[in-house]
Write a new protein. Sequence first.
Length: 389
Amino acid sequence: MQYSPLVKRIAGDGADAWVVHYQARSAQERGEDVILLSVGDPDLDTPAPVLERAIERLRAGDTHYTPATGRQHLREAIAAAHLVRSGQPVTADNVIFLAGAQNALFVTSLCIAGPGDEVIALEPLYPSYPATLEVSGARMVRVAAPAAQGFRVDLAALEAAITVKTRAIFFATPNNPSGVIQSESDLAALGDLARRHSLWVVADEVYAGLAPNGRVPSLAAELPEQVVTISSLSKSHAMPGWRAGWLVGPRQLVIHAEAMAQCMLFGLPGFVQEAAVTALSVAPAAESRVREYCAMRRELLLAGLVGLRGVKCFAPDAGMFLLLDVRGTGLSGYDFMCELYRTERVSVLDGGAFGRETSGFVRVCFAADEELLRRAIVRIRRFVETLVR
């Protein structure tokens, strides 16, 4: 039997980087002594009011079909939150509620590019980006934000990568894995390129709630017909399993995205949408809770690994990840990941999964229980000290 060529496009890169994570997850489920620092799933409960609202709506029978774009009052709440965060005034007509930021990226990529087109993605980038952006048949062009430049975008390289085939520039701010927030000046230059070349700008802001004051610089108000903003409740509210995300963009894009959602989802659970409305209503407190939680653990991890020979820590602007440059140990990021788990049972992620610039790094998630993180520091130090003497 034969399969569509599509299956090759959606296979994705960097799958090997997740092998250790899945091994560790299975070992954890068996009750073994392992420490998982390989995935961005904060060790926090969903805010109680959100949970109670979902339970209340479930008991009320809110389990029937819903509009493909999401309920009107939810989209209005998202529009209001977007205005606060970006300064761009939008209405519910500019919003579609989708199954997480990943789904929103997938839908966006299918709606704005196709076979023969090119889309630029700033690297390092999340491992699902290549498959997500190339599923339409477009070609993804990587532009490095070099480690030597603090993972800031190389604007000259970005401009050089634009061709007559280029349709969009995708980036995450704060970035995963580096935690870098796109600066006002870099965004201004990027916006100028987008304006001159009539390009879409797709900003993945899923970690924006973890940035200082819950905001990041945005081009949305300046280029309302070209900017697509992706976000969700996963990180800001410790709600990754709820699959509550959205895109905000021009009305015509939302119309096309609605057609996609009709084919893929046919509406999302009503009780989840009502819980999302509640989540947005408590956003300042919820986001502050996660920011404070991550900030404390970020400092704990940085302090715990300071002075470790062969390892350099790259402190993030925001988010829940720390990049460790492990090239001084003599190991690649992949080998460091595998050996750390084999010898100390600590699971981290190979930086090579995010691109060439992070191939000598590993990503460590510090959104974990404090005592667990302290134990992980002991094990990481012990492992590195066996390598570098």
